[in-house]
Design a protein around this ligand. Structure first.
Ligand code: ADP
Ligand code: MG
Length: 251
């Protein structure tokens, strides 16, 4: 069974067709990278997949449970809110700009939703949060506030916060594009360590060497469609003129 399955996704903003008929699926344990030029619709795709943005039409299911389908008039229909709430527990999202709560300590950023939204026991949540911080190399930052941290540390807190909700799949939208090169490495290293733990991930990235190295599969999105998809070898040794032109910009 696919963990995530999206079929025939379309999304327009006003007259602009940003996503034209994209279908994709993600298997349990898989690492999928999404590459493509700026403005090609990558963030919109992730925002539709995580229901931050409403798709115009298409179908989407997580763990075989239907979240969105299309009615006979071609309009997207979303499942009832109880079903959507359940489905929202299956995924987490890490943003480009971290989106931490500035007035919460690191610990509170991580534990707030597990305690207040998922209603899990406080002791257990704190214990898990400390383990996550250790994994992220941030054991000494429990009581710090986001403004006292580097961008790379903030992003590692954001990753810990997403993991604290025990998602089945983690989405990343350009997790290192707001970081200096030396901080990029530390965040990529953390993401790599998650791949080693078999966490299913969908990563939008401009870090081509990283994508090549970490991914089971890569999707190249261009102008709101999947221009090519395949294994890293297939993408990086592609004969496809458009793929080669895009990748050529990174050499
Ligand atoms: P990418 O992440 O690949 O750079 P985006 O998904 O952010 O691309 O954007 C794709 C296109 O959709 C761009 O032309 C962008 O200007 C447009 N767009 C994105 N979000 C909105 C929005 N909320 N309203 C109007 N246009 C948008
Ligand atoms: Mg984007």
């Amino acid at each position: 069974m696919n963990l995530l399955e999206i079929n025939n996704l379309r999304k327009t903003f006003d007259e602009l067709e940003v996503i034209q008929d994209i279908s994709l699926s993600v298997k349990e344990g898989e690492v999928l990278s999404i590459i493509g030029p700026s403005g090609s619709g990558k963030s919109t795709l992730l925002r539709c997949a995580t229901m931050l943005e409403r798709m115009d039409s298409g179908t989407m299911s997580y763990m075989g449970e239907l979240a969105v389908w299309t009615d006979e008039n071609g309009n997207a229909v979303y499942a009832k809110s109880a079903q959507l709430k359940k489905i929202q527990n299956y995924y987490g999202l890490v943003f480009q700009n971290f989106n931490l709560f500035p007035h919460f300590s690191v610990m509170k950023n991580i534990t707030d939703a597990p305690i207040h939204v998922q209603k899990r026991p406080k002791d257990e949540v704190y214990k898990e949060a400390r383990e996550l911080l250790k994994k992220m190399g941030l054991s000494d930052k429990e009581d710090a506030y986001p403004c006292q941290l580097s961008g790379g540390q903030c992003q590692r807190v954001a990753i810990a916060r997403a993991l604290a909700l025990n998602p089945k799949i983690l989405f990343f939208d350009e997790p290192t594009s707001a970081l200096d090169p030396e901080l990029t490495g530390e965040v990529l290293k953390v993401i790599r360590s998650l791949a080693d733990l078999d966490i299913t991930m969908v990563i939008v990235t401009h870090e081509m060497a990283f994508a090549r190295d970490i991914s089971d599969r890569i999707i190249f999105v261009d102008n709101g469609v999947i221009a090519q998809q395949g294994t890293p070898e297939e993408i990086f040794q592609s004969d496809n003129a458009r793929t080669r032109e895009f990748l050529g910009k990174y050499h």
